[in-house]
Design a protein around this ligand. Structure first.
Ligand SMILES: [Zn+2]
Length: 213
C-alpha cells in the first residue's frame, strides 16, 4: 500500500497537465509536491518526464530527510527546495513550481510583483518578492527561497527562472500560481500606460459571508 493514494497521485497529474493547458509551463518545466504529514514525507513529480506521458504511479515519495521511499524514477531536481519550504512553513501542504512568462518578465529585471488584481491579493496575500538568480537544486537555495518568501506571502519569484507558490492544499497552491501570472501580465501592461493602483490586503474589506472568487 503506497503512502500516497491513487486519488492524490491523479490529482497531482491533473494539475501538472493544467499547468501546461493554462500556459504556466511548457515541456517538462515545473514540478508539484504534496505533504504526507502522517508519513513525514512528500510526494513529488519525477524529474524530466513530459506531463502528457506521466502516469500516477510514477510520482516519487520522499521522506522529510530527503531519502526516496517509493518510486523508480528520479524525483524532481528541486526536491530539496520543496523540502526546505515545507520545513519553513508548517501551514503549507502543497507546492507548485511554474515558469510562466510574465512572472519571468519581472524576475528578469528584479522587480517585485505588486498586487493590482483582487485574486492576487487574496491568494498570494501581498507583493511577491524576487530572489536573485542562482542555480536552484540544493537545500541552501531552498532555505534562501523560503526566507525570501517569508511567513505571510504565498509565492516567491526565482529571478531568471520561475515561481514557487504554496498553499494549504494543491488547488490553493495552483490558484496562487495562476493569480500571480495574471497579475504580472496586467501589471506589466498597466506600468506601460500609467501608474497602477496597488492593492493591499489590509486595506480590503471583505464583507461577512462573501464568497471568494
Ligand atoms: Zn524550474
Amino acid at each position: 500500500m503506497s503512502r500516497a493514494s491513487t486519488q492524490l497521485r491523479e490529482e497531482i497529474l491533473y494539475w501538472c497537465l493544467e499547468s501546461v493547458r493554462t500556459g504556466l509551463n511548457f515541456n517538462t518545466q515545473g514540478n508539484i509536491s504534496v505533504r504526507l504529514p502522517e508519513h513525514e514525507a512528500i510526494v513529488i513529480t519525477p524529474s524530466g518526464v513530459r506531463y502528457d506521458v506521466l502516469t500516477p504511479d510514477e510520482m516519487v515519495v520522499i521522506g522529510y530527510d530527503g531519502v526516496v521511499v517509493e518510486g523508480d524514477l528520479f524525483p524532481s531536481t528541486e526536491t530539496d527546495v520543496h523540502l526546505a519550504h515545507y520545513r519553513a512553513r508548517p501551514d503549507v501542504n502543497a507546492i507548485v513550481h511554474t515558469e510562466s512568462p510574465y512572472v519571468n518578465v519581472f524576475g528578469a529585471v528584479g522587480k517585485t510583483i505588486d498586487p493590482v488584481l483582487l485574486n492576487m491579493v487574496l491568494y498570494a496575500k501581498g507583493p511577491v518578492p524576487i530572489m536573485p538568480f542562482e542555480f536552484s537544486t540544493n537545500a541552501e537555495f531552498g532555505a534562501r527561497s523560503a526566507a525570501t518568501m517569508g511567513a505571510d506571502v504565498n509565492a516567491v519569484v526565482w529571478g531568471n527562472h520561475g515561481l514557487l507558490s504554496v498553499g494549504a492544499d494543491l488547488a490553493g497552491a495552483f490558484k496562487v500560481a495562476v493569480a500571480v501570472e495574471a497579475n504580472a501580465q496586467v501589471l506589466a501592461g498597466a506600468m506601460a500606460i500609467g501608474t497602477p493602483n496597488i492593492l493591499r490586503l489590509a486595506d480590503i474589506v471583505i464583507p461577512d459571508g462573501a464568497r471568494l472568487p
